[in-house]
Write a protein that binds this ligand. Structure first.
Ligand code: CMC
Length: 430
């Protein structure tokens, strides 16, 4: 980050020179940290559309070009040539692992996949029909009660153990939330399986019969994990950073991230998108839904379309679309009506003036639900799968923030537009 030129602000008859910081990639950033102490004014940016909240070396997005890099490596290359645990290592430590480092990392993750046995009883406090995201928010938050030997954020060793525990155990918790909702017994992890195969095993096997994980499905699952692993300062990641900035423990911070991710404008969009595609049902009903999406008086939006940062095709959606074809083929699902509606909807939306002018392209959630449904997951598991994939991104960003000597508690200011000062009136005088 180089300090290059300056930007000048003229306010109340005075000039203020603000440093302009140049990133490795992306637009320059005006440094306003001393603005309030020097000029006595705040900046106003609801939704943070023009505000960089931190510096980071982890992920870069070029929204106009539709590019996404993890530690400099394009997502397409990682999705095609790498695998999720290698990507986890890359996100956490900044470089691709050597063969020895990878074996060591995979071993550490694998050895932490079981959860404390008492957690099984903890699950039983939830209603069977709870949404698995509701269960996950609670159980991941409760990890700080089960693993309180790794909540001292000032100890780098404890931070490392907490990171490994989260990446290893969140899939187990997600699978347990699923099994609990079905009324089936929890399935213990199996250490000889790779990360994605183990997750499929914990979700789909039952003690009564053997279950063999299809390697092609495991590969598709692994690719979904990779595509969701990090996405710079999105809402849930910013939530994790904000929670962590107060010194809260990592399990509490990740639970906060999961809660934020659940919203339909964020990670909840994958469930909402598949439900929308089913609701549309057939290609001939698409115009009706396109018209609703354009109607300012109708709150309906095309789920799986649009993005705060991407004003081009979301590169993750491209990979996801290819994967959807592969998985449906593999599962023998032909002429899937949901996929037909999705493909036609995408075609129409990409030619329609409203979507073209607003640069609304399909995002990662547009095709992921179709793949997950073909794999046998119910819609309620789509967002938990996003959450388990994103855990490494949240953890990497949290670790980066804690290790940063400039770290301060996050505390935005406001533009107060409420009542001016007024005196209290007793009840009988109102
Ligand atoms: N359907 C119809 N119109 C839309 C859509 C949509 N999906 N998305 C944005 N617009 C319109 C919006 O009405 C607005 O129009 P106008 O300028 O006339 O008021 C314009 O496009 C800009 O929208 P915005 O809400 O100001 O944009 P934003 O950056 O605040 O919101 C978004 C981004 C992702 C929340 C939004 O596009 C959306 O709600 N999409 C559907 C939900 C979705 O798919 N979310 C997943 C995002 S990717 C996964 C993740 O990162 O979580």
């Amino acid at each position: 980050m180089a300090e290059g030129n300056t930007a000048r602000l003229h306010h109340a008859g005075k000039d203020y020179d603000l440093a302009v910081l140049s990133p490795t990639a992306g637009p320059d950033v005006v440094d306003i940290r001393k603005l309030y102490s020097e000029a006595g004014v705040f900046t106003y940016d609801p939704g943070f559309t023009s505000t960089a909240s931190c510096d980071s070396t982890i992920t870069y997005i070029d929204g106009d070009k539709g590019e996404l890099w993890y530690r400099g490596y394009p997502i397409e290359q990682l999705a095609a040539q790498s695998h999720y645990l290698e990507v986890c290592y890359l996100l956490l430590y900044g470089e691709l692992p050597t063969p020895d480092q990878l074996v060591d990392f995979e071993t550490r993750i694998t050895r932490h996949t079981m959860v404390h046995e008492q957690m099984h009883y903890f699950f039983r406090g939830f209603r069977r029909d709870s949404h698995p995201m509701a269960t996950m928010v609670g159980v991941v938050g409760a990890m700080s009660a089960f693993y309180h030997d790794s909540i001292d954020i000032n100890d780098p060793v404890q931070r490392e153990i907490a990171s490994i525990r989260l990446i290893a155990k969140v899939p187990t918790i997600a699978a347990m939330a699923y099994k609990y909702s079905l009324g089936q017994p929890f399935v213990y992890p199996r250490n000889e399986l790779d990360y994605a195969s183990n997750f499929l095993h914990m979700c789909f096997s039952v003690p009564a019969e053997p279950y063999n994980v299809d390697p092609a499905l495991a590969r598709a699952m692994d690719r979904i994990f990779t595509l969701h692993a990090d996405h710079e300062q999105n809402a849930s990641t910013s939530t994790v950073r904000l929670a962590g900035s107060s010194g809260a423990n990592p399990f509490a911070c990740i639970a906060a991230g999961i809660a934020c991710l659940w919203g339909p404008a964020h990670g909840g969009a994958n469930q909402a998108c598949l439900e929308m595609l089913r609701q549309i049902g057939s290609v001939d009903r698409i115009p009706e839904f396109i018209a609703r999406a354009k109607d300012k008086n109708d709150p309906f939006r095309l789920m799986g379309f649009g993005h705060r940062v991407y004003k081009n095709f979301d590169p993750r959606a491209k990979v996801m679309k290819e994967s959807a074809d592969e998985v449906l083929d593999l599962m023998g699902v032909h002429n899937n009506p949901t996929l037909q509606v999705a493909k036609e909807l995408e075609k129409i939306a990409r030619e329609d003036e409203y979507f073209v002018s607003k640069k609304l392209y399909p995002n990662v959630d547009f095709y992921s639900g179709i793949i997950l449904e073909a794999m046998g997951f119910p819609t309620s598991m789509f967002t938990p799968i996003f959450a388990l994939s994103r855990t490494v991104g949240w953890i990497s960003q949290w670790k980066e923030m804690i290790a940063d000597p400039q770290n301060k508690i996050g505390r935005p200011r406001q533009l107060y537009i409420g009542a001016p000062r007024r005196d209290y009136k007793p009840l009988d005088a109102r």
